[in-house]
Design a protein around this ligand. Sequence first.
Ligand code: ZN
Length: 61
Amino acid sequence: MKYVKCHECGGDVEIWSDEDSGFCLDCNAEWAKPDKDVSCLDYCEYADTCREIIEAKKPVG
Ligand SMILES: [Zn+2]
């Protein structure tokens, strides 16, 4: 089972490993399980910030 952040309320969404989607514990919004082959950068609202951090942490050279 994994938790993802609810995009609606920021709460925890429980998604069981054998399920394709789960429901937010707080607002009951349904969320599809992110494809494990897809980077979180593809759906995260903070992806742009993350990319900047990743770029900043890359070794120079
Ligand atoms: Zn929610």
